[in-house]
Design a protein around this ligand. Structure first.
Ligand SMILES: N[C@@H](CCC(=O)N[C@@H](CS)C(=O)NCC(=O)O)C(=O)O
Length: 211
């Protein structure tokens, strides 16, 4: 039985948003423990986090960090980790692909935005193509990224695609399956309610104002 959920994170989408979307879509309540710059500068919270970074997540008295471990924990709690070991392994594989893209995106946003944006967008089709191919291989792309049920990776992939649609609004024009996938997931009733909520609309994407 999961305990009460709390997400401790900066007031941005960042590495917290896939978790928020998973929780909202799975009809879970959670507390936002907002980390302001002032709180972070004090240093106590940083010291209390295993790797000195947030997001931190509490499931009752179980405290964890690392955004992908948080997603996997919630996947185990809510049946979002595939229907068997083979699907779970495929989900791990795709999630690692999402993580690779997230690291590249974060490097652009935080280290090279002005000088690197055009080149990044030019190279984006090659980064997105594998996900279009994976979707095509799973029931012709009509459902989820792996298997017949939504998984933690769908929320993570949806988040990274939403981020890229802000960065490069036409980036899915050549990827019809991914474009339809984003529309389909965005339209899931509980997720839609969350995406249209003021809290979500007001939350910046990244911590430095770039997007
Ligand atoms: N691998 C970690 C990375 C966490 C991370 O980069 N956290 C950043 C915010 S997104 C952070 O805490 N930055 C403040 C710092 O490092 O002092 C994860 O996936 O959770």
């Amino acid at each position: 039985m999961p305990g009460k959920y709390t997400l401790t994170y900066f007031p941005v989408r960042g590495r917290g948003e896939a978790t928020r979307m998973l929780l909202a879509d799975q009809k879970q309540e959670w507390t936002e423990d907002v980390v302001t710059g002032e709180i972070w500068q004090k240093g106590d919270l940083k010291k209390s986090c295993v790797f000195g970074q947030v997001p931190r997540f509490q499931d009752g008295d179980f405290v964890l960090v690392q955004s992908n471990a948080i997603l996997r924990h919630l996947a185990r709690n809510h049946g979002l980790y595939g229907q068997d070991a083979r699907e779970a392994t495929l989900l791990d594989m795709v999630n690692d692909g999402v993580e690779d893209l997230r690291v590249k995106y974060a490097r652009l946003i935080y280290q090279n935005y002005d000088a690197g944006k055009a080149e990044y967008i030019e190279a984006l089709p090659a980064q997105l193509r594998p996900f279009e191919n994976l979707l095509a291989q799973n029931d012709g792309g009509k459902g989820f990224i792996v298997g017949k049920k939504i998984s933690f990776v769908d929320y993570n992939l949806l988040d990274i695609l939403q981020l890229h649609l802000v960065l490069a609004p036409n980036c899915l024009d050549s990827f019809p399956l991914l474009a339809a996938y984003v529309q389909r997931l965005n339209a899931r009733p509980h997720l839609k309610t969350y995406l249209e909520s003021e809290g979500r609309k007001q939350r910046p994407i990244n911590n430095n104002g770039k997007q």
